[in-house]
Design a protein. Structure first.
Length: 225
């Protein structure tokens, strides 16, 4: 049995977290990360030696606070595809397993933050992350995506997008479309994939209607930190 399959049997109560605004991870999806800050390099190496897990979570942005408060829900991922570069960076991919509720943030001596995770509200997540019954209304969602991309002057491979299964389509778009921190958090916390799809459609339509607003300043490139 592999380490990853063991992870599905019993997720640990304490996990390290990587606070990053504008970045969410969803069960069944993958998130590439370019790690270069010393504290997060230590976090990755400690995680590899331990449970091989890192929790992605968004901070509540407040320029006046050195250590910002965390949102109450994040998603844990297992570390895969580790590559160390000549200039000291580590490239990893997180494979989303389960969302979690922050029961408490721990006082720690490590340079990175750690939380006690409550898995119970999301106990179905590690087995697919569908989170309920219902179907995704693909045509309205893809129409909203096309309208959004048109307003931004962007293109996409719609044949490839349209061929993706419902959960992969919705979760991948939720992760990569640049939206505000609060909107990303709402997508993360959506009860089911159909709920997330409807919310994403609404957000894309709102963003298209506000087409003169330009890029969202709350959504940095989540691939680097």
């Amino acid at each position: 049995m592999t380490r990853e399959s063991k992870t599905f049997e019993a997720l640990p109560s304490v996990i390290p977290v990587f606070p990053l605004p504008g970045a969410i991870l969803l069960p069944g999806s993958s998130l590439p990360l370019n790690i270069f800050e010393p504290r997060y390099l230590r976090m990755v190496r400690a995680a590899i030696e331990g449970h091989n897990l890192i929790g992605m979570i968004q901070p509540k942005c407040n320029a006046q606070v050195t250590v910002p408060e965390l949102y109450g829900v994040g998603c844990v991922g297992s570390i895969a595809d580790v590559q160390e570069t000549d200039d000291g960076r580590v490239l990893i991919r997180l494979k989303g397993l389960s969302r979690f509720e922050v029961a408490e943030e721990l006082g720690v001596t490590t340079p990175y933050r750690q939380v006690r995770a409550n898995w119970e509200p999301y106990k179905a997540d590690p087995w697919g992350g569908t989170g309920g019954e219902g179907s995704v209304k693909r045509d309205p969602l893809l129409g909203a995506l096309k309208g959004y991309l048109d307003t931004k002057g962007l293109g996409a491979d719609f044949d490839a997008i349209a061929s993706a299964p419902d959960d992969i389509l919705v979760n991948t778009l939720s992760m990569i479309v640049p939206l505000a921190v609060q909107e990303k958090q709402a997508l993360l916390e959506a009860a089911s994939v159909p709920d997330r799809s409807q919310l994403l459609q609404n957000l894309l339509e709102l963003a298209s209607a506000d087409s003169h607003g330009g890029a969202n300043p709350n959504s940095p490139d989540h691939r680097s930190h």
